[in-house]
Design a protein around this ligand. Structure first.
Ligand SMILES: Cc1cc2nc3c(=O)[nH]c(=O)nc-3n(C[C@H](O)[C@H](O)[C@H](O)COP(=O)(O)O)c2cc1C
Length: 369
């Protein structure tokens, strides 16, 4: 057996820091495509191994055993090409997508912008997707399935039946997914976010509940259903959304997607149209998360996303009400070593705060927001 060289998290972060100026000479979408190729190669050459996480980071939520609470957010592996290599970086779970039923190009390039001084990204991809068939081919090529896989689903831009798109997506990915995320919060598909309103959400969730019941009645696995929401909802809309989600047996909420708001930004690309992610999104998404935690009063597990780049920031999401967290933008600025470093930092904080398990910390600070 060939000996494996494994760099420590700190070394990998430092290496990436040196490499970053060269990577950042490339346009962001090209750099992303290269990183997918590199991870694909890593997977092919040495099948990724998941590292054991400390017991106090493990949790069981919606019937799944999460080895640690740090997940890869949707949008990095849109076409489900590198699931196991991403798990091998140390993520406790990986969410692929958004996948739409039919293939579609998305918006014209350039459609991703680095706001380096702000540690932020603006994207207006507009659901560029290979579609169901190719995503399923990619999932079928997995040699090993060694971690929790979420599949994030969306509707085609030109669809005349958006609810039908979500139902067919749920049915088609149910055999492959440990959970399925209904993305109704992308700002880059016209009118998609209207599905978050009570009037449109109720029929959508009713149709999905029926699809789940149909699959379960055939004795097949009907994966848990999560809803991913925007950080730009008004308080009354958030209240209604939480109530409808509880009523329709949604298993959890992912808070949040990118924002269309523009907090004070230093970078020159700040006026680009699209969704803003990264550091400037952090406090807005955490405030909405804490609000949803108070409104749901323990009835819905929450996944906190938005601007996380350290163990402390992940811990802040957890005390605001998140049972799990996800990240994407910080990977662009800090590289793949960040994942293990962040999980290690989080494990140390949970221990230092005297919690026997991470679940004890969830929501302990929600009143502060
Ligand atoms: C380039 C890019 C593409 C994204 N694409 C998707 C997507 O296809 N579906 C989705 O639900 N979220 C998508 N997101 C949003 C992220 O999943 C996440 O909710 C958001 O970026 C906030 O987390 P972060 O600050 O850690 O990046 C995308 C984000 C970025 C930066």
């Amino acid at each position: 057996m060939r000996p494996r060289i494994r760099l420590g998290a700190e070394k990998l972060v430092e290496l990436y820091r040196r490499l970053r100026p060269f990577l950042f000479c490339l346009d962001p979408e090209t750099a992303h495509d290269w990183s997918i190729r590199a991870l694909g190669l890593k997977n092919a050459l040495s099948p990724a191994r998941t590292c054991p996480s400390p017991a106090h980071l493990r949790q069981r939520l919606f019937g799944l055993d999460f080895p640690n609470p740090v997940g890869l957010a949707a949008g990095y592996d849109k076409h489900a090409q590198v699931v196991d290599a991403a798990l091998g970086l140390g993520f406790g779970f990986v969410e692929v997508g958004t996948v739409t039923p039919a293939p579609q190009e998305g918006n014209p390039r350039p459609r991703v912008f680095r706001l380096t001084e702000d540690e932020a990204i603006i994207n207006r991809y507009g659901f560029n997707s290979v579609g169901h068939a190719t995503a399923i081919d990619n999932l079928g090529r997995r040699k090993v399935s060694r971690g929790i896989l979420g599949i994030n689903i969306g509707a085609n831009k030109q669809s005349r039946d958006r609810i039908g798109d979500y139902v067919s997506s749920y049915e088609c990915f149910a055999p492959f997914a440990d959970y399925i995320t209904v993305n109704i919060s992308s700002p880059n598909t016209p009118d998609l976010r209207n599905l978050q309103s009570q009037m449109e959400l109720r029929p959508l969730l009713s149709a999905l509940a029926q699809a789940r019941a149909g699959i379960a009645s055939q004795g097949k696995a009907a994966p848990p259903l999560l809803l991913k929401i925007a950080p730009d909802l008004s308080q009354p809309d958030l209240e209604a959304l939480v109530e409808v989600s509880v009523e329709k047996d949604v298993d959890g909420l992912i808070i949040s997607n990118t924002t269309i708001s523009r907090p004070a930004l230093k970078s020159s690309h700040s006026d680009q149209t699209g969704g803003l992610s990264g550091r400037p999104l952090r406090s807005l998404s955490t405030t909405v998360l804490a609000s949803a935690y108070r409104l749901s009063a323990g009835r819905l597990p929450l996944i906190g996303v938005g601007g996380i780049s350290s163990g402390q920031e992940a811990y802040d999401k957890i005390t605001a009400g998140a049972s799990l967290v996800q990240l994407y933008t910080a990977l662009i600025f800090h590289g793949p070593g960040l994942v293990r470093r962040l999980a290690d930092e989080l494990a140390a904080i949970i221990k230092a705060e005297g919690f026997a398990n991470i679940s004890e910390a969830v929501g302990t600070g929600a009143e502060r927001y």
